[in-house]
Design a protein around this ligand. Structure first.
Ligand SMILES: CC(C)(COP(=O)(O)OP(=O)(O)OC[C@H]1O[C@@H](n2cnc3c(N)ncnc32)[C@H](O)[C@@H]1OP(=O)(O)O)[C@@H](O)C(=O)NCCC(=O)NCCS
Length: 158
């Protein structure tokens, strides 16, 4: 695994099925495959994927192992989703994707980035706090299947 080379690149149509697979595996409120393909049609949706040029893992070729995306509306960017294959976590891949998304948001003159995360998802909250996001509020029972509150977080982009 340590000889794997990870590259962060913009989402292309040939990546969409793997992005769908990863989101369906790890995000309860994941989008449909068509919904993921749709993001390529809108300039204000910016997605990156992590490509693993894998040497000795279960993925025996160049493969998508994670993704993340934002939607830009006026001067704010919303982090729509981010997920990494379990075997590839805790090695900074989501951090690298988020850094790219933050750069894109700044280029688009956004002044802050917002996100919602399940209250039960403490791993993601720790990741976001580590990346400079602050707690902004709570939406009670925002999520279904399973029911959960949403923690709203934001980061000022300077
Ligand atoms: C949340 C999630 C995207 C993080 O992905 P990740 O690639 O593991 O994230 P990173 O590796 O960049 O950072 C995770 C931790 O690893 C640490 N880390 C980063 N590089 C590291 C390295 N080379 N060695 C060891 N640890 C490292 C980071 O400091 C971070 O620690 P922290 O969370 O305590 O701050 C991932 O857990 C995931 O896909 N979860 C399921 C989907 C999900 O919940 N998405 C969010 C929905 S809102």
């Amino acid at each position: 695994m340590h000889s794997d080379h990870i590259e962060i690149i913009r989402l292309r149509s040939e990546h969409c099925e793997r992005v769908y697979d990863i989101s369906a595996k790890y995000i309860p409120e994941h989008w449909s495959l068509d919904g993921i393909k749709d993001v390529l049609r809108y300039d204000n949706n910016i997605y990156y994927v992590a490509m693993c040029h894998c040497a000795d893992s279960g993925f025996d070729k160049t493969e998508v192992v994670g993704f993340g995306g934002i939607m830009i509306v006026a001067d704010e960017a919303e982090l729509l989703n981010i997920a990494i294959e379990e075997a590839y976590r805790n090695r900074g891949i989501a951090g690298r994707i988020l850094d790219k998304l933050i750069d894109e948001a700044k280029l688009a003159q956004c002044t802050r980035m917002l996100l919602e995360v399940r209250k039960a998802n403490e791993t993601a909250q720790r990741f976001y706090r580590d990346k400079g996001f602050d707690d902004l509020g709570i939406r009670k029972n925002y999520y279904v299947d399973p029911t959960d509150d949403a923690i709203i977080m934001d980061k000022v982009l300077g």
